[in-house]
Design a protein around this ligand. Structure first.
Ligand code: LRH
Ligand code: MN
Ligand code: MN
Length: 389
């Protein structure tokens, strides 16, 4: 079995992967949403499910909320309920994609009343953060256009900058604004934040507590994502990841399922760029949907995949790699990277879990726990939460 050094194990112990509350609700495509027994009916039930993932893996201490999907009357009380379950509330995600008034834009809309409504929604999200103690406000904007000429590309950027500055000014203390980009969808001609460069331009204009969020499913096919990671870390503006994997577009499949090697390359750049160091601004989150597989095991598989690829990235002999690079040893350098990628770290990580009082096989432990049957029996009646519910 490959030995993993204590330094690597200690670094792994600091890695936290935030779970999205919406991963526990029913999801699907525009063709069909399949419902599964035991699906949460309330925000509290989503938190209870997320807490199972953390209990069995020790990797997922916080849960991201999406507003208004996760609307409750008292967020301080929700935070204390989460605390009782052994998890915390993390990133607050705003949502301007499900309101008729935002059809032609939210923070970019030409009508000042609609723009203000979208800004006010973000103020309400900041109120939630104040109550929960969350650090990050994550903005993914659905704004864009479908047809050339439909909107003034430049004017939309100006209005966006203005709206964002009003939201940013409302943040206090350690709170951060994290701006996510996406190449297309729901709009197909232009998106107002289509790429990392646009997000970077806006966050640098805002100030030091504004960062870019990189969702791994939001790029054109064959984009070199690890290059973007390296660049944003170099610029000090990589704030967070939305991890998932994709075969075609924004598929939101289990991270590491489609292309484990890409995940390894991304995480190697994270390690190389200090993204796992103390005080790093980088936060790790999942942004996934489990349309056909069971949701709790789906999330367990996901956090384990991130940890496995992080361990392999940490195994890269960086001194030898630099020496090979400096010597112009192309194949030697490549072999050093590939050696780490091909190392099976699973037995060592199972031992690591055992040493921390965690199950060696979290998926088997979940299957044995009876939790899935318990929630299927208990959660009858009411409306099952889903993507958008
Ligand atoms: C947009 C997105 C964004 C949303 C989430 C539900 O595609 O990635 O992060 O908040 O999906
Ligand atoms: Mn996302
Ligand atoms: Mn997405």
């Amino acid at each position: 079995m490959t030995e993993i050094s204590t330094t690597i194990l200690d670094t792994l112990a600091t890695q936290a992967i935030e779970l999205p509350s919406w991963a526990f609700g029913n999801a699907g495509t525009r063709f069909k949403v399949f419902s599964s027994p035991g699906t949460p009916r309330t925000v509290r039930e989503k938190l209870a499910d997320a807490a199972q993932v953390n209990r069995l893996t020790g990797l997922a201490p916080t849960v991201a909320l999406h507003i208004p999907w996760d609307l409750v009357d008292d967020y301080a009380e929700l935070a204390s309920y989460a605390g009782d379950l052994g998890v915390g509330l993390g990133t607050i995600n705003s949502n301007t994609f499900q309101d008729d008034e935002y059809k032609l834009g939210s923070l970019t809309h030409t009508d000042p009343r609609i723009r203000q409504k979208a800004i006010d929604h973000h103020f309400a999200c900041i109120d939630v953060m104040d109550a929960t103690g969350s650090q990050d406000l994550k903005i993914w904007l659905p704004d864009g256009t479908n047809y050339p000429g439909q909107g003034d590309i430049r004017g939309r950027q100006d209005r966006l900058a203005d709206s964002l500055s009003k939201i940013y000014a409302r943040l206090s203390g350690e709170q951060r604004l994290v701006l996510e980009y996406k190449i297309f969808e729901p709009h197909f001609y232009t998106m107002d934040v289509p790429d990392w460069g646009t997000s970077y331009a806006h966050v640098t204009a805002l100030g030091e507590r504004a960062f870019v969020c990189l969702d791994t499913g939001h790029h054109a096919p064959s984009t070199n994502i690890e290059f973007i990671v390296a660049q944003l870390l170099r610029l000090g503006r990589l704030g967070s990841f939305d991890f998932n994997s994709r075969f075609y577009a924004d598929d939101d499949l289990i991270v590491g399922a489609a292309d484990p090697f890409q995940l390894f390359r991304i995480l190697f750049e994270v390690v190389r760029g200090g993204g796992l160091d103390d005080g790093s601004p980088v936060r790790f989150m999942l942004d996934q949907c489990h349309n056909i597989e069971d949701k709790i095991p789906g999330q367990i598989r996901s956090v384990l995949n991130v940890q496995e690829m992080t361990a392999r990235a940490l195994l890269v002999d960086r001194e030898a790699l630099t020496a090979a690079q400096d010597a112009g040893d192309v194949l030697g350098a490549n072999a050093i990277l590939m050696d780490a990628f091909y190392t099976d770290v699973r037995p060592a990580l199972a031992q690591w879990r055992e040493s921390r009082g965690l199950p060696t096989d979290p998926l088997a432990a979940y299957a044995d726990s009876g939790y899935g049957k318990q929630i299927a029996d208990e959660r009858v009646g009411g409306t099952q939460a889903g993507w958008g519910a």
